[in-house]
Design a protein around this ligand. Sequence first.
Ligand SMILES: [Zn+2]
Ligand SMILES: [Zn+2]
Length: 276
Amino acid sequence: MDKNGFHIEKVFDNVYKISDSPAMNNFLILGSKKAMLIDTGCAVGNLREVVESLCDTEYYVMNTHFHSDHVGANFQFDEVYINEKEEEMMLELFTDPKEKETHLVMMEYYDTHFHTELDKQIFLESKPTFKVRHIHDGDEFDLGNITIKAIEISGHSPAGIAFLEVENKRLFNGDIVLRHASLIHKNGMDIRTFIAGMEKLWTYSDQFDITIAAHGHRKPSFEPLPKEFILKLIQCAKEIDIDKSVEKIECVDKGFEYKMENDDVSLAYKLNQLNM
Ligand SMILES: [Zn+2]
Ligand SMILES: [Zn+2]
């Protein structure tokens, strides 16, 4: 289903995937009393209108982390939740014109486009007009028949949040658990911090079965990963070998990528993030 230029797919009974492009996904979880939008994407068009057409309740608007492909349409909403530790970094997109320029370069790189020239203008003129509310590690959000628990994980960004849909045992992780995980984007943490983050996430592993990322693991399809994938990422990070890594350039970010032998799992890093 396409609406307002967004591609919308019902991926579970109560969950819609709202895509800016095949590479960029936001999720809307519907509860009996309230809904939750996880990430606002690149601001390609009027996301708010789409969300309000899909749910007839009030809804939370959440950011998994501050990267611009997850917070771009924040300005369309009245109130947005993010970990307090990433609030300032998120707001820069709406206060620093250079950040908006970088966002445009990133969109081009990932073949993600504004629906109209007007949508682009609206984004370029956007200001931090929305109220920011804070998510803390362990916070629970009541959607009626569904509870969402916030888990703070460092690595891909300083203090990202994964959202655990408790009753359905699903984890919405943003960019925290990717088949091709990355620390090379803005304010990525070092390898040791990444491993500690994955180990923390694994302590919740009895509470979820699958983990769902914002990006399609270099494929346009919807591909949740089994939770055991977290263990593979830990192994991948622990065995990183510079000699077996290849140069990795992703948009404005540069580093190296180590891919596990016999497995489609990799981690991109910068040399100064190696600390073992
Ligand atoms: Zn990111
Ligand atoms: Zn991302």
